[in-house]
Design a protein around this ligand. Structure first.
Ligand code: ADP
Ligand code: MG
Length: 683
């Protein structure tokens, strides 16, 4: 075996490691907590803490930290060393169960959206045993939730775990109806594909915009960029390959099963995808993947850009969210089955998703609303801001047959009898793909493509879990009543699903999602098309959302309001920082450079004139430059006065238009910024 592969998981306090280091009874008790969700036995914590500490120290760790995901969108950690002076000039190492289970970081510097009054600045971190501890930077990292004094969620993990609980409960109810034995907790699975750009650090250091905002505020696509599509899946450049190999090694060491790596459509754009995992772990690992991407790039003299749109005019980056449901029977419930009974359950789950996504398209849209993602969604690229579901031709055909309902009794009429007929064999894998759909069925999972590359994927999955739980709940309630009333199960189910399809089929769309025709058609169907973050976020505080999240115990009304405030503020701050960065660059870099270029050209023109040479073209060019510079001055003045995100965005785009026009006519030697061509191709 390759030594790299052998390193897989070496820095994870995994089940395998626990079995080696803990008593059998302790492992059993922990397993019950992890797999069934049983409360943790207090005595267990001390034993686990001791074993963790010994294991971590043997691996060179000196510190531990509660590692959590505050609402800033990134991760947080505060390191404490294991050492305690022994009074003899030496130290002993201690780590107690209490320290493992709970921490108390000062919460006042994390956003709470008004949830936490300043006199209650305390926040608590609590161990999440379902995500294993791992070592990075000689520090034992313990994944935790982060809550306020009264248990208010101040992080992304808490509602994720709550939503998984709701999904589990409703899945078990559905299992019961289908006569499926509950053997384990049902859970969502996630395979989160990560797109990113790489840029040479020298260019990065020369771009204030990249440093301050993560994206270029000026610059335009070079003549050749992605049109020829010769980068996608192309041979990977040596330097990039060295980076990718190092990246995989680092990810594997902390147990992240990265599986696929390739060039993306745009030059300098790449993708990494892991093998899918249980959702909570996959989210933690997605956050770690972003961190490892950045750090590994640094070691290779590169910078990893995780922004959704680092460059204008070429593709942006997303995080394709491959979501499925592992039922309480341990099987993938989005995988078509081998017999009529299994297929009836499969179609029920498909219909539940159709119902859920149509009912709460606004919430899915809200969950991916950020300043960076606005450049992708609703712009001319993948995917649009209109949420719709792609099922592919064959599954759509089946859905249509179910819709027609049992009234039509002959099979020739194209009617499927659920639980009786076998379904036509569905294509598995990647055959029937539609890459323009925001929410596509891909054989045994749904791929939600609207999540931004820089986002914590938790938010989108909280929405997904909860809306599916609600759909299951409503389906179960109806079926349970029908069965209690003595109706035949298959007929009751058929009728119910037919009704769901009738009501929600407007969300189904298999065509090209990028066209204007679809936008017009979607409007006719009454599907929301919310292009801007501030509008999209409003869904979080609507009465429909408040009731949904309250009912399933995922987020209280207060928690929802706080999230809305935090996301809105983050958006406004981001735009403000972009506006200020654009101003600084225009005033202190672009304008001075352009003025110098003009002055030099003016001197040349004058001296050529003096000897009687022709300067018609040169003068025209000089005048053109001067006119554009005047425009830029005006645009800068307008941006300085602009107040509020919307006005700032409009004013910035005028500044950018002038700067980009100047870049095309000012001699290269004078231009103070690396060009798109350099940044994308010189690596
Ligand atoms: P593509 O780029 O064509 O969309 P990839 O192979 O890059 O496909 O990514 C597919 C992702 O879906 C992988 O992360 C894979 O592990 C994940 N996946 C496969 N099966 C499931 C499942 N049952 N639940 C969640 N994710 C899954
Ligand atoms: Mg994909």
């Amino acid at each position: 075996m390759s030594s790299t592969i052998e390193k897989f998981g070496e820095n994870v306090f995994s089940m395998r490691v626990m079995r080696e280091h803990l008593a059998e009874a302790t492992v059993k008790s922990l397993e019950a907590t992890i797999k069934i969700g049983k409360n943790l036995n207090a005595g267990v914590a001390d034993e686990v803490a001791e074993a963790m500490k010994e294991w971590a120290i043997a691996k060179g760790a000196t510190h531990f930290t509660h590692w959590f995901q505050p609402l800033t969108g990134s991760t947080a950690e505060k390191h404490d060393s294991f050492i305690i002076p022994d009074g003899e000039g030496s130290v002993v190492c201690k780590f107690s169960g209490a320290e493992l289970i709970q921490g108390e970081p000062d919460a006042s510097s994390f956003p709470s959206g008004g949830l936490r009054a300043t006199f209650e600045a305390r926040g608590y971190t609590g161990w999440d045993p379902s995500s294993p501890a791992f070592i990075k930077d000689n520090t034992l990292c313990i994944p935790t939730v982060f809550c306020g004094y009264h248990g208010e969620a101040l992080d992304k993990k808490t509602p994720l775990l709550r939503s998984m609980k709701a999904l589990n409960e409703q899945s078990c109810r559905l299992a019961k109806l289908f006569g499926i034995e509950v053997q384990q907790r049902a859970f969502a699975t996630l395979g989160s594909e990560q797109e990113y750009f790489l840029v040479d650090e020298e260019y990065y250091n020369a771009r204030l915009d990249l440093q301050q905002t993560g994206r270029t505020l000026f610059g335009s696509a070079p003549a050749k960029h992605q049109q020829l599509e010769d980068h996608y899946f192309g041979a990977i450049k040596t330097r990039v390959l060295a980076f990718m190999e190092d990246l995989d090694t680092e990810l594997w060491r902390i147990g992240i099963p990265s599986k696929t790596r390739h060039n993306e459509v745009c030059p300098a754009q790449f993708e990494i995808a892991p093998f899918f995992q249980e959702l909570n772990l996959a989210v933690d690992q997605s956050m770690m993947t972003m961190e490892v991407l950045r750090k590994t790039a640094e070691r290779h003299g590169l910078v990893c850009l995780l922004h959704e749109k680092p460059y204008a005019g070429v593709n942006g980056s997303g995080k394709h969210n491959n979501w499925s449901l592992c039922g309480p029977d341990g099987k993938n419930w989005l995988s078509p089955g081998d017999n009529p009974h299994e297929n009836a359950k499969f179609m029920t789950v498909i219909c539940a998703l159709i119902k859920a996504v149509d009912t709460h398209a606004d919430l899915l849209r809200a969950s991916v609303a950020t300043a960076g993602n606005d450049h992708r969604l609703g712009a001319n690229e993948a995917p649009p801001a209109i949420i719709s579901v792609f099922l592919g031709d064959q599954l759509t055909d089946i859905v249509e047959q179910i819709e027609k309902g049992p009234a039509n009794s002959s099979r020739q009429g194209g009617v499927i009898h659920l639980g009786v007929d076998t379904l036509p064999i569905l294509p598995r894998g990647n055959t029937d793909r539609n890459r323009t759909s925001p929410f596509a069925f891909t054989g045994n999972k749904f791929e939600f493509r609207a999540v931004g590359s820089n986002q914590n994927p938790a938010g989108a999955n909280v929405v997904l879990n909860t809306i599916v739980a609600e759909a299951f709940d409503e389906i179960c309630t109806k079926l349970e009543a029908d069965v209690a009333a003595g109706k035949a199960f298959n007929e009751a189910l058929q009728k119910l699903l037919s009704g769901i399809i009738k009501k929600h089929k407007r969300i189904l769309f298999n065509g090209d999602n990028y066209t204007d025709e679809w936008a017009a058609e979607a409007e006719k169907r009454g599907l929301p098309n919310v292009k801007k973050t501030l509008d999209a976020l409003k869904a979080y505080t609507g009465s429909k959302a408040i009731e949904l999240f309250r009912k399933y115990g995922v987020l209280s009304e207060k928690e929802l309001h706080s999230r809305y405030e935090i996301y809105k503020e983050a958006y406004e701050k981001t735009i403000e920082i972009e506006a200020n960065t654009a101003l600084t660059m225009a005033k202190t870099m672009i304008i001075p450079a352009v003025m110098t270029a003009q002055a030099e050209l003016a001197v040349s023109v004058k001296s050529i004139d003096a000897v009687g040479g022709t300067t018609v073209g040169a003068k025209a060019s000089l005048k053109g430059m001067c006119a554009e510079t005047e425009k830029l001055y005006k645009a800068v003045a307008a941006l300085e006065k602009a107040n509020g995100a919307e006005k700032q965005i409009a004013a910035m785009s005028k500044v950018r238009a002038s700067v980009d026009a100047l870049e095309k006519i000012v001699p290269e030697d004078f231009w103070p910024l690396p060009s798109y061509a350099e940044m994308m191709f010189m690596m």
